[in-house]
Design a protein around this ligand. Structure first.
Ligand SMILES: CC(C)(COP(=O)(O)OP(=O)(O)OC[C@H]1O[C@@H](n2cnc3c(N)ncnc32)[C@H](O)[C@@H]1OP(=O)(O)O)[C@@H](O)C(=O)NCCC(=O)NCCS
Length: 175
C-alpha cells in the first residue's frame, strides 16, 4: 500500500482536466448519493465545477501522477453565503473527495492539514465546513480532526439540513 508520504498536495493547474476532477467527485460522493443525500458534488456538471472553483483555491492530492483527492479552500473574505462563514477570521473548505479505492490512507487528513496551514497563513483563526446532519460518519471524522458543531444551515439546493462545523486554528507563531 502506498503511504502518506508518497502523496503530494498541490494547487490545481490549468493543465488539469476539470472533467476528470468532476468525475472523481462523482465517484467519491457516490456513497452519499446512495444514502439519498443530494450533495452538489454527487451530480455537478463540469460547468458547475468551474464555477465553484472560481470562488476559492482548489487543492489536489497527487499520487503516481494521478489526482487522488481534492478540496476547495476559501480564505477569509471570499464569498461563502452564510453568516458564520462571512466572519472575517473564518476560512472554509468544501468539495472534499478522495478516490474511493484510495480512501482510509490519510489522503483526506493530509488535504485538510494543507487547508488548515493555508488558513493560518491567511490569518484565519477558524476553518469551517458543513455537511449533512445525516452523514454521522463524516461528522465523527471531522470531530476527530478537531472540528466542533457551531450551527445549522439549510442550503436550498440540497435535500437535507447541514451542520456547520469549525476548528480553532493555532497561529503559526504564538505571541
Ligand atoms: C471523507 C473523505 C474525504 C475522507 O478521506 P480519506 O482519505 O478516506 O480520509 P483519511 O484516510 O485521512 O481518514 C479516514 C479514516 O482512515 C483512517 N486512516 C488514515 N490513514 C490510514 C491508513 N494508512 N490505514 C488505514 N486507515 C487509515 C483514518 O484514521 C480515518 O479513520 P477514522 O474514520 O476511524 O478516523 C473520503 O472518505 C471521501 O471522499 N468520502 C466521500 C465524499 C465525502 O464524504 N466528502 C465530504 C463531504 S462533507
Amino acid at each position: 500500500m502506498k503511504t502518506n508520504d508518497q502523496i503530494t498536495i498541490r494547487q490545481l493547474s490549468d493543465t488539469d482536466s476539470l472533467e476528470d476532477l468532476t468525475e472523481l467527485l462523482h465517484r467519491a460522493y457516490k456513497i452519499l448519493a446512495d444514502m439519498g443525500l443530494k450533495y452538489v458534488a454527487t451530480y455537478q456538471s463540469i460547468e458547475i465545477t468551474r464555477k465553484r472553483l472560481k470562488n476559492g483555491t482548489c487543492f489536489v492530492a497527487e499520487l503516481d501522477g494521478q489526482i487522488a483527492g481534492t478540496v476547495l479552500y476559501r480564505k477569509p473574505g471570499q464569498p461563502k453565503g452564510c453568516a458564520f462563514y462571512e466572519r472575517p477570521d473564518v476560512a472554509h473548505v468544501s468539495q472534499m473527495g478522495v478516490e474511493p479505492d484510495l480512501q482510509r490512507r490519510g489522503i483526506g487528513a493530509k488535504l485538510m492539514r494543507h487547508a488548515e496551514e493555508s488558513a493560518v497563513r491567511d490569518g484565519a483563526s477558524e476553518l469551517a465546513l458543513d455537511t449533512s446532519e445525516q452523514a454521522t460518519h463524516l461528522i465523527k471524522w471531522y470531530e476527530r480532526m478537531g472540528f466542533r458543531f457551531v450551527g445549522h444551515i439549510d442550503w436550498e439546493i440540497t435535500n437535507y439540513r447541514s451542520v456547520i462545523m469549525s476548528k480553532m486554528l493555532q497561529p503559526a507563531f504564538p505571541s
